[in-house]
Design a protein around this ligand. Structure first.
Ligand code: M6R
Length: 614
């Protein structure tokens, strides 16, 4: 939450332009206010306000700031309303120290009291503002800037932060305790930092990932990393190369990232097919030898885990329990045993509830293993995991997860098939049939998207007459129903319930009236026959039935008012992977519903892509 971007060069330049571009690329992390501070010839210049970046740029021309340093911030409000005075950067009393911050300084109330008693005057309601004032306090005592920052940070918890001081024009300080910071170096002349990789892609692919409790001094083209608790100890960190394509982080010919990323799903899946076999084997072996297996995540990644649990359990012969990461400790505190494996799934690898959950599990039992699945190389989750698989979705900018969901389910399916191979439980021929079905999912989605995008717009027109509707399914497709419901809530602001079709008659059916829309997710798997009964029950009460079925479907199609057809064969091998091939229909539905409501699907209300607060 909140996007931060910093740059330092050796000469005065049009630094506002670069800083503005940096935060535009991070806008998915928060978009209720923004600001930039630049340093030029011993003075700080600041522009900030509430609103989306483009609105503020039009009002204040952020891009005409000059200088050799700039810190830029796009905010997702936590402490203090999204108004101008609370937008970042924040300054000390003299306006010499500027700070941009992501995270929550949990102990800020007591620090603020202390600073108020010493005469500091605060301009905002934020937790962040205590930082420049505390640094100022140490500088007043004659301590140099760098050591004042270290003393300050030792007293705070919960930050990714960038700091500059008008009297130290040759370096900026970047530090991290929990919230992510990436550092980039460009040809020995410029140094950058940001809270996420896409902001750095136009300038460099060579990055350092700052670890927890680390601080870096950034000079033009040069970086020194230290441990905050033991500041004399310089940390040697290898440069990482990021091979993400910059086009993947641009909208190109598409009107929105969400649509672009839905259309990128086939390619993302083809790339994910190349996950190294050794990694899959390692995961498979760990899972086979585990006594208890859990799978944990939040939001969309949790729905991917739910689908993955069905697939892996099928081949593992051992039950996998899915648990929302924020509940993992609550649910397992009295039962977690050694020789358990926890699969942690996260697009960003930075979701704080997930990181805390796996950190808790590792501390609770020495022999618990964490296997993680993430889209971001070097993200925090990888540091707390025994083994990691990187899904190959590439950068996802739309706040609503789309291609990262399908690549997560696809990766979990690859792990499942590897388990089947290792356990030798199927004939070679049968394993091949499953593999072929999985490998064909990108083609199925590609065909579907080509044929169906526009017809989904028409379905949306009909649905829009109703305020609420259900997505119902059985078995593995419950994951699809829940994920489809989440997409519509997020981007189209509709209350949609993704629910088990069987359970829906134990209460939710009470809502059904004439014309109430119900979308059934109906692949021809072992749940199909019973789903027919559920369709009839809702139809009998006047429900408007929309069904998502395979092309050859007849029975549920005949019972439906509207049909969305997925071009895949009707057999058990394909059906197992229907969470991958059926979800694009619901992603598109959510996208078009957002447009029909005049909403920006890339910037859902109140959301940020990476949730780094509890
Ligand atoms: O980065 P993660 O996968 O850990 O994020 C988890 C959720 O915050 C995320 O999936 C969220 O629900 C998405 N906005 C859904 O589209």
């Amino acid at each position: 939450m909140c996007g931060i971007f910093g740059i330092i060069t050796s000469e005065n330049t049009e630094i506002g332009k670069i800083a503005l571009d940096g935060i535009k690329r991070l806008e998915y992390r928060g978009y209720d206010s923004c600001g930039i501070v630049s340093h030029k010839d011993g003075q700080l210049f600041i522009k900030k306000d509430s609103g989306k970046i483009q609105e503020i740029q039009e009002k204040l021309t952020l891009d005409d700031l000059m200088g050799n340093i700039a810190l830029a911030h796009t905010r997702w409000a936590t402490h203090g309303a999204p108004i101008k005075k609370n937008s970042h950067p924040h300054l000390d009393c003299k306006g010499e120290i500027a700070v941009i911050h992501n995270g929550i300084i949990e102990n800020f109330i007591s620090l603020k009291k202390e600073l108020l008693s010493k005469g500091h005057i605060f301009q905002s309601d934020t937790d962040t503002e205590i930082i420049p004032h505390l640094i100022e306090e140490y500088i007043k005592k004659g301590i140099d800037f760098q050591n004042s920052v270290i003393k300050t940070l030792k007293r705070c918890k919960g930050y990714g932060i960038v700091i500059c001081y008008s009297k130290e024009p040759n370096f900026i300080i970047v530090a991290r305790k929990e919230s992510p910071i990436i550092i980039g170096i460009d040809r020995g002349k410029v140094s950058y930092c940001a809270s996420d990789i896409p902001a750095l892609l136009p300038y460099t692919r060579n990055i350092y990932i700052l670890g927890d409790n680390e601080l870096a001094i950034l000079r033009p083209g040069e970086v020194k990393i230290f441990d905050i608790e033991n500041e004399v100890k310089k940390i040697e960190r290898p440069l990482k190369h990021v091979d993400w394509n910059i086009d993947a982080a641009e909208k190109g010919e598409y009107e929105h990232f969400m649509l672009k990323e839905i259309f990128e799903e086939p390619d993302a899946l083809r790339k994910t097919l190349k996950i190294p076999e050794n990694d899959l084997r390692l995961f498979a072996k760990e899972l086979i030898s585990a006594e208890h297996v859990y799978i944990t995540a939040a939001g969309t990644s949790y729905h991917a885990s739910l689908a993955g649990k069905y697939i892996i359990t099928k081949f593992l012969g051992n039950y996998i329990q899915e648990i929302e990461c924020s509940e993992l400790e609550n649910q397992l505190k009295d039962s977690l045993r050694d020789n358990s494996v926890i699969i942690a799934v996260s697009q960003s690898g930075e979701t704080i509830d997930l990181i805390e959950a796996i950190r808790w599990a590792r501390n609770a039992k020495k022999n618990v293993k964490i296997l993680s699945l993430t889209n971001v190389v070097g993200s925090s989750i990888t540091r707390y995991s025994n083994h990691t698989i990187i899904t190959q979705a590439g950068p996802e900018i739309g706040v609503a997860a789309t291609k990262t969901y399908t690549t997560q389910v696809f990766s979990l399916a690859l792990i499942g098939l590897e388990i089947a191979r290792e356990r030798n439980i199927l004939q070679k021929k049968e394993i091949e049939l499953y593999y072929n079905a999985l490998k064909s999912t990108p083609d199925v989605i590609e065909n579907f998207l080509k044929k169906t995008n526009h017809s989904i717009e028409k379905i949306v027109d009909n649905l829009e007459r109703n305020a609420n509707y259900f997505f119902l399914a059985r078995g593995i497709s419950i994951a699809t129903a829940k994920e489809g419901g989440l997409k519509l809530k997020e981007v189209a602001c509709r209350f949609i319930e993704g629910y088990s079709a069987a359970n829906a008659k134990h209460g939710p059916i009470a809502l059904v009236r004439d014309g109430f829309p119900i979308i059934f997710i109906a692949p021809p798997d072992e749940t199909y026959k019973r789903l027919i009964g559920n369709v009839m029950e809702f139809k009998a009460r006047g429900g408007h039935i929309i069904s998502i079925v395979v092309e050859s479907d007849e029975i549920i199609s005949d019972l439906s008012d509207t049909i969305i057809k997925i071009p895949q064969p009707a057999n058990k091998y394909y059906n197992l992977f229907s969470p991958i091939t059926f979800i694009p229909a619901l992603q598109l539905l959510a996208y078009h519903a957002a447009l029909a409501h005049g909403l920006d699907p890339d910037k859902p209300l109140n959301l940020a892509k990476t949730v780094t607060v509890h």
